[in-house]
Design a protein around this ligand. Sequence first.
Ligand SMILES: Cc1ncc(COP(=O)(O)O)c(C=O)c1O
Length: 388
Amino acid sequence: MRIYLDHNATTPLREEVVDAMVAVLRNEFGNPSSTHAEGATARRRVEDARAEVAALLGVTPDEVFFTGGATESNNAVLHGVLTADHDPHADAPPRVVISEVEHPSVLEPCQILEDAGRARVSRIAVDTDGRIDRDALRGALALPDTALVSLVWANNETGVVLPMAEIASDAAAAGVPLHVDATQGVGKIPIDLREVQADFLSCSAHKLGGPKGTGALVVRAGRSLPPLLAGGPQERRRRGGTENVAGIVGLGVACRLAREELEERGRRYSALRDRLWSGMQKRIPDLRRNGAPESVLPNTLNVEICGAPGEVILQALDLEGVAASAGAACHSGAISPSHVLTAMGRTPEQARSALRLSVGHGVDEAQVDHAVSLLAELAERARKMEAS
Ligand SMILES: Cc1ncc(COP(=O)(O)O)c(C=O)c1O
């Protein structure tokens, strides 16, 4: 039996999600835009899912727009806010404030806009624990050309959670719209926009037991955004194209489960994560944990096994039946060290010995203990090989 410790890369679909999606795929093929009974059934499914997403995130259903995932949602906000209503012949392009540890789906669109002369980008540093430099952030928010701040609520590699309520107050005080990439937080920690004044939020179904290729974008009432995809009346003209009804239904069920289980998940995941960490500490000398432990996601452990190359351990773990990650999944296979860890002051060499272990639904204590034993064996072997 495989042991899956890579829930930040993606999660297995929950049974309830599969059942709901299969029922739609088998029996309900209608187009939500059609006015006949088949269409009305599909429309109802989409709207029920929208209500579930809204309930989880503390927004109203008409603030939720379905997308093809968080990468699309992030791109839509960055391109939309920074290019809408902006005269390309004006003196200076608008500024967007991000951090150095954003996901590539924020970093790369910002780079593209910057290279095209359509945006200025302020990249705020983080400290050695992954905490954002709040003074630098406030300074950037105060600049007169700042049009948007976009920050990852919980980091995908280290699990570090930003103090988003405080950051949102700073952004609101400066009159700058705030976009939060909440992809890793949703379903693991409370993400409630009644408590955090964010203007835009991105999330993705496959990080919380839902299907890949489906996500949501929240646009708070009063904020405008040009259509993400022009070409149809769907999603109130914000995203043309016939809806992925089964995917949306899957996201809705995943959000309902997250709302019902959130507290229990927090307790269970952090107990498993702490068991993993204390087990490793007992069995493996010379470890370093990355990310401020008091403010990380309950399910995430980013740990350096000093002197042991991460990719060697990961390959051996995989052969022994355990899946984990060396950094963001989308970086797997790339030799460049994690930009998140180097932004936190780790040398490329140190960053290469980091492992990301992320627990989730289906992981139990026995699996964690088995993974710890394997890690202890493999760490010793990898260190010996490195030293020889
Ligand atoms: C923080 C963060 N943002 C965005 C994404 C992209 O999500 P998606 O796979 O839905 O495009 C991910 C996925 O790894 C992520 O972890």
